[in-house]
Design a protein. Structure first.
Length: 130
């Protein structure tokens, strides 16, 4: 293993460990009926809730994957999980703030609205087939 690969491992390993640790803590700290009550079915409400959750609660990719597995194990339906997995990396608050500085308020609002709606539509259409 050369120096570049070792540097990559040093960058990824802490995030992966944090993700696994956080998902394990959430699995046991969260009430068992919370996830199924909000996102236990492929409904428009559940998908919208998970898109909003993905926007406001940002997890880096290496933390997002263990969290998604935890949500699935806790009873989340696959449609809302897909919505969360699509929305989280694209529409996090940090990315929205950066895009706003580059594109301006109006263009950012259109961008957020389009991603929000298209994520909901995509998860609502594809979710029942997962």
């Amino acid at each position: 293993m050369d120096g570049r690969n070792l540097g990559f491992v040093k960058t990824i390993a802490p995030l992966l460990l944090i993700g696994v640790f956080a998902s394990g803590m959430i699995r046991y700290a969260m009430p068992p009926d919370l996830i199924p009550s909000f996102a236990g079915e492929n409904s428009l409400f559940a998908i919208t809730i998970m898109v909003l959750f993905g926007i406001f609660i940002y997890f880096p990719t290496l933390i997002e994957v263990p969290m998604a597995r935890t949500f699935l194990d806790l009873g989340m339906a696959k449609g809302p999980l897909l919505a969360y997995m699509l929305a989280d990396p694209v529409l996090s608050m940090p990315s929205i703030l950066v895009v706003r500085k580059i594109m301006g308020n109006k263009e950012t609002a259109i961008y957020v609205f389009m991603i929000f709606v298209l994520t909901i539509v995509g998860a609502f259409v594809v979710g029942p087939y997962l």
